[in-house]
Design a binder for this molecule. Sequence first.
Ligand code: FAD
Ligand code: FO1
Length: 466
Amino acid sequence: MCMESDEMALNNIHPHDTIVRMVHPSRIYELNSLPEGKGPVLCWMSRDQRARDNWALLFAALRAAEKGSQVHAAFCLSPGYPGATMRHYDFMIRGLVELESDLKKTGIPFTALLGDPQTVIPAFAESICAGLIVTDFDPLKIKRSWRAAVASAVNVRCVEIDAHNIVPCRIVSQKAEYGAYTIRPKIHRLLHEYLHPFPEIRSVRQDPDFAVNDWNRIRAGITADPTVQPVSGVMPGEKAAMDALDDFIMNRLERYHKEANDPNKDAVSGLSPYLHFGHISAQRVALAVRESDAPQQAKDAFLEELIVRRELSDNFCLYNDRYDSFDGFPQWARQTHEIHRGDRREHLYSIEELENSLTHDDLWNAAQRQMVSTGVMHGYMRMYWAKKLLEWTDSPETALEYGLYLNDRYELDGRDPNGYAGLAWSIGGVHDRAWPERRIFGKVRYMNEKGCARKFDVRAYIDRYR
Ligand code: FAD
Ligand code: FO1
């Protein structure tokens, strides 16, 4: 039987601070049309796994304060998330352990659940008599189906808050954009409304019955492939993410506009695993970069990737259900691929040969090895790597299938809208234009080793990942 909860308040929130003032109302998307109950607010975290700078958690805490109830955070670990391996679960679980302790400091109880979120979240919500469920935004199909199932299984209001994007994805545009050139002005027009500092949840005055999460039991319940080992070079969690941001701003940002395309120069941020698991907010990164002393050109080049390109990927996945298939490519690209289906391929590799870096191309093999051994392939090499899959497999469908499999298996940031958009750009011309026609690629942009050699010391890269 659900009883009304005790009074609580956010002691750092001024009595006349309202949700509308703190969390932009356009971030809120109703997932059902049910009324709120009086019980606690459940913040079901999924894409944004952090205590700080999290609009979904802020909304949940503020709403709880407004209605005098408690806020409770939860994360549901699905034992076999598609394509994920122990490398990903290890990174994610270590981040969640830190999240549990960070939330405890603010007074918010955190429960780690195990199972299918579509049944586990409604059951948990019922067990704590939740009066409102708040979750985060994610354009991927699996996450959309989880949210829809939860929203229809519960008997209280369920809302989604875009805690990942600076300008909420549903607000930037209501259709699939053609490319960066069409979404850029839409984002820039709205940035001033959204790119502001975050309010802070310092502590919540509530007396929760803190759940003790049994992390050993949770780890034991994960069925992901254990053969892809965790990597040691990237530490998970909010603290490590903030340290990585500081390190980037101090030591590399000033060179970003000149050297980001050189995989030997170590000029990129390395933030993508943290952004993927929501250990850091893109808004926090953008604010810190904007306020830094780096040259304006460096800041602009970086913010173009972090904001425009990243939000374009979310737009692609939200409005194109076939973001992971040949059918999701633009019409001109499908047409050109049809014309070139029969073109003779000089090299044809199996997935095993590709996975084990056994091609004739030392540069490609080095990129594949960088991904397998470090969990993060350099961004410039990702383009070359994916383009070659198109050249060395029997069809664009196979190229995409192999690309998604390898990317999502080894990249720490795999299974992300950026990955779907990146592969669709490389193989299917998504967000790109038609180029002069050539063998196999048709009008899809081509890349070769000579082009790489013009940009960086190819030999040095090969030697590094030999
Ligand atoms: P930085 O250069 O420091 O950029 C900062 C942030 O901007 C990145 O973390 C990312 O969030 C965003 N960003 C940078 N480049 C892009 C881009 N091209 N498109 C969208 N956002 C971008 N990114 C992933 O997060 N996950 C993936 O699985 C993934 N797979 C890719 C596969 C292919 C074939 C291609 C071409 C690109 C892929 N990308 C993917 C996009 C991009 O390569 C990575 O985001 C970037 O290399 C991550 O390194 P970084 O954080 O050091 O990037
Ligand atoms: N999200 C969840 O809510 N539960 C999970 O068990 C889960 C596992 C998981 C494993 C690897 C990975 O890369 C992502 C995973 N995610 C999980 C989703 C993640 O939080 C992101 O929302 C999407 O992958 C990207 O948008």
